[in-house]
Design a binder for this molecule. Structure first.
Ligand code: FAD
Length: 311
């Protein structure tokens, strides 16, 4: 295992794609088609989210199975504590194991309803670190375990050094890499990575990148995650906000600049929140020249002159 965690050492840019379980059967089929197409872009891995409270969790397990064993994609399954008694966690882990999936993103999870304070299932887990410990205790080193990191904090009011300690505890419990919440200000991200290193967190930190699909979605997601958007981004995007094509092109240029700065800083893995859409992510990868040629994805058969082709 630990394939994902170890690849940053190769100093070669790689990227991965997040998908979520669609709500309808047709949506699932469309997504499988898209996953198949995006396979051709050469992601290092893909991951499938786990709904708050375990809703559609069977679908997450099913999609992990299809992605891993039918499409041959290295797959990472999200798994949460919210709404998940221990038996359900164990069942999901067994399913992942049987499907040949060797990567779990262990999360506390969003509360099932935002307006309700969340209490841990009496027969479940409270924090992501408890889930990490459970996976390690049950499966040893079989799974590469990822945890979530927040360059701009998560729950309001918690001091930054406490948040860093909580992240460190998740790594000490057995996590082998970190994926971050989305952000648009690379300076904030890089200085947070340094703070992680300063407190002794040594595992790879993979930045979460949210491509820009439309202006409204961009503003909504930035507000929802309370991430800082450099003012220049609004200055460039706001004047063309009703022209989706222009928004995507300017968005691509901004994202390419942002990702290049991250790669230049020596962080070689980029994680894309695709929102189940291919175009905006593909445009960024094209801008970074990271899309492999067909030959690189499917290595050609060795040249065999003795067969006399072309005569
Ligand atoms: P934890 O690390 O457990 O932290 C939760 C809170 O508890 C934090 O405020 C932390 O500081 C605090 N805490 C931790 N340990 C202690 C302690 N010992 N004492 C006191 N406080 C403590 N949500 C979903 O529902 N499904 C998904 O698939 C999903 N995927 C995600 C993927 C990524 C990359 C990210 C960044 C987030 C994702 N989320 C998902 C959202 C996430 O579940 C929420 O942000 C959740 O509120 C926090 O989860 P966590 O795993 O970071 O929790």
């Amino acid at each position: 295992s630990a394939k994902i965690a170890e690849s940053n050492r190769l100093k070669k840019p790689t990227f991965s794609f997040e998908f979520y379980p669609p709500k309808t059967g047709q949506g699932v089929q469309n997504l499988y088609d898209r996953m198949d197409k995006m396979h051709g872009l050469g992601p290092q891995f893909i991951d499938i989210t786990w709904n708050a409270g375990g809703r559609l969790s069977n679908l997450t397990c099913e999609m992990v199975k299809v992605a891993q064993s039918v499409y041959g994609l290295e797959t990472c399954m999200h798994l949460t504590c919210t709404g998940m008694p221990k038996e359900k966690v164990d069942e999901a882990l067994r399913e992942a194991y049987k499907a040949g999936c060797t990567n779990i993103l262990a999360l506390r999870g969003d509360p099932p309803r935002e307006d309700e304070p969340w209490t841990a299932d009496p027969n479940g887990f409270r924090y992501a670190k408890d889930l990490v410990k459970h996976i390690r205790n049950t499966y040893g080193d079989y799974f590469d375990i990822c945890v979530a990191g927040y360059p701009e904090g998560c729950e309001e009011g918690t001091p930054e050094d406490e948040l860093l300690q909580h992240l460190k505890e998740k790594v000490e419990a057995g996590a082998t890499f970190i994926i971050t919440q989305m952000f648009y200000d690379v300076d904030i991200f890089l200085s947070w990575v340094q703070k992680c290193r300063d407190v002794g967190i040594t595992v790879p930190i993979i930045p979460g990148i949210m491509p820009i699909h439309t202006y409204d979605a961009f503003v909504r997601r930035a507000k929802w995650t309370k991430c800082h958007v450099p003012p220049r981004w609004y200055e460039l995007l706001e004047p063309v906000k009703n022209d989706d094509v222009a928004v995507r092109e300017i968005g691509r240029d901004l994202l390419v600049e942002m990702c290049q700065k991250i790669l230049d800083a020596g962080i070689y893995q980029l994680h894309f929140y695709t929102m189940n859409l291919a175009t905006a992510t593909r445009m960024v990868l094209e801008g970074l020249n990271l899309i492999p040629t067909v030959d690189q994805v499917h290595p050609p058969l060795p040249f065999r002159p003795s067969l006399g082709f072309g005569r």
